[in-house]
Design a protein around this ligand. Structure first.
Ligand code: NAD
Length: 458
């Protein structure tokens, strides 16, 4: 039975047991790590129906969406780790300078130890299990705290992990914020947090008290720029896909659109057509269209609707917690819709004339987690990619950069610290220990006090 919230003593006991287990060295052999990854894969595959049902319940995710954005990504991350971990974990020989003649040098990846993963509600399976894969591959023990705002997924993930791993290796604490607060007082060796910049600050402050290293995967306002020479019908489809997956509740969803004024009329038409082709004439009645996670976020989103002129959508259903895909124009730069991360199916549309206009708007906001640019001109693509700082992004697409394990995924500035996915996840959960092995065959006397210059061969 789950206690809400678990007592401080229970957390202490689990963390201490994990520390002892970690110190035993059992989690270190690559063979052990692979065995655990295989167990996790088997459990995720076996419990797929349960996970899909939980995601339907919490966020009305269709099976197709839940598989491609959550379960499939977890399974892909496991197979990438199984393939790569032996190579990633190998000590690496590096050069030694002539000043250290006779010595050899190597870098040895070592697990941090006992780690903490705190996840958000929007991809509640993916954003707990993908970091967990990295932490296991790197050889750590792990405490996991899923988000209380996706309760069915939290329960399904907790039960999957409890049935697969002993608590001294992987433990789960479900519950409210108070559980995270309590966990953050413990002496973890690394904290991996995914969530809002506001809570990221709280996590980093708590970590700073004990000098615990952190990875922070946060959010922000991700711009989507459509230039006049873009392939407009394709851009429209890809923007709608990235914006309406999980009803806009995606950290890397296009937050606002910056469109060249010559391309705007056609883009607006094509976006309307793409929405209709994906979700019909009345998206809020479509059974596969996502719902807003809860009443509080629903009200917050409705609040944006009077920040500008609605040119498409604007309908909502308070009982089903659904908001139609909505385009808004004339949204002032100081309105909440242009200052806060929207995190829903509402898309402010701003137009520009010159590149300076684009940069002025984008640079008025903190560094975003993602940026998208649609253009046929390599010069324009490169100009945006070089002049703007952002976590990661796509040229001529949206959100799909997070589906490749070969690109580090993470933010910059207020959108995050550190990155993960594939080998980058392994690195996030590892310390790279430097070892210089000295020779005893020669010894330079001149480095010692009061010595005369010269080389002594022993
Ligand atoms: P959140 O920051 O409110 O909550 C995240 C987690 O922190 C939850 O488990 C919650 O229980 C815990 N938490 C909340 N308040 C806390 C406190 N005061 N002290 C300690 N822990 C606390 O975020 P959310 O609403 O679940 O998710 C939405 C945000 O997450 C958006 O900003 C989004 O952009 C971001 N996000 C980022 C990524 C990414 O990969 N960079 C992915 C998904 C979501």
């Amino acid at each position: 039975m789950i206690e809400h919230p678990p007592g401080a003593e229970k957390i202490d006991a689990v963390v201490s047991r994990q520390q002892v287990y970690y110190q035993s060295g059992e989690t270190r052999p690559v063979a052990f790590r692979k065995e655990q990854l295989n167990k996790l894969r088997e459990a995720v595959q076996r419990r797929e129906p349960e996970l899909l049902a939980a995601l339907k319940q919490d966020l009305n995710k269709s099976e197709q969406e839940a598989y491609t954005t959550e379960i499939g990504i977890v399974l892909k991350e496991i197979s990438t780790a199984l393939r790569g971990v032996r190579r990633w974990a190998k000590p690496r020989k590096v050069r030694t300078p002539i000043t250290h003649l006779g010595a050899s040098s190597r870098i040895v990846p070592e697990p941090y130890g006992t780690t903490l993963i705190i996840g958000p509600w929007n991809y509640p399976v993916n954003l707990i299990l993908v970091p967990l894969v990295s932490a296991i591959a790197a050889g750590n023990t792990i405490v996991v705290k899923p988000s209380e705002l996706a309760p069915a997924a939290s329960k399904a993930v907790a039960s999957l992990l409890r049935d697969t791993f002993p608590a001294e290796y992987v433990a789960v604490f479900e519950g409210e914020t108070s559980v995270s607060t309590e966990l953050l007082k413990r002496p973890f060796d690394h904290i991996f947090f995914t969530g809002s910049p506001a809570v990221g600050r709280i996590v980093m402050e708590a970590a700073a008290k004990q000098l615990i290293p952190v990875t922070l995967e946060l959010g922000g306002k991700s711009p989507c720029i459509v230039h006049k020479d873009a392939n407009i019908p394709l851009a429209a489809k890809r923007i709608v896909f990235g914006k309406l997956t999980n009803a806009g509740q995606t950290c890397v969803a296009p937050d606002y659109l910056l469109v060249h004024k010559e391309a705007k009329p056609k883009l607006m038409q094509e976006i309307a057509a793409a929405i209709e082709s994906f979700y019909g004439k009345e998206p809020i009645r479509d059974p596969d269209y996502g719902k807003i996670v809860n009443e509080r976020h629903f009200r917050r989103l409705i609040g944006y609707l009077d920040n500008g002129k609605i040119t498409l959508g604007g309908q909502y259903d308070a009982t089903a917690l659904k908001i139609a895909p909505t385009l808004m124009e004339d949204v002032p730069s100081d309105s909440p819709a242009m200052r806060e991360e929207i995190f829903g199916p509402i898309l402010p549309v701003l137009e520009y004339d010159t590149i300076e206009g684009v940069l002025a708007i984008v640079q008025a906001n903190p560094k975003p987690l993602a940026l998208y640019v649609f253009s046929e001109s390599v010069e324009f693509q490169d100009l945006i990619a070089e002049r703007v700082s952002f976590g990661g992004g796509c040229i001529n697409d949206t959100i799909v950069h997070l589906g490749t394990p070969y690109l580090p995924f993470g933010g910059v500035g207020t959108s995050g610290i550190g990155s993960y996915h594939g080998e980058y996840g392994f690195k996030a959960f590892s310390h790279y220990k430097s070892i210089l092995k000295q020779t005893n065959r020669i010894d330079f006397p001149f480095r010692y006090p009061k010595s005369k210059r010269g080389l002594s061969i022993i």
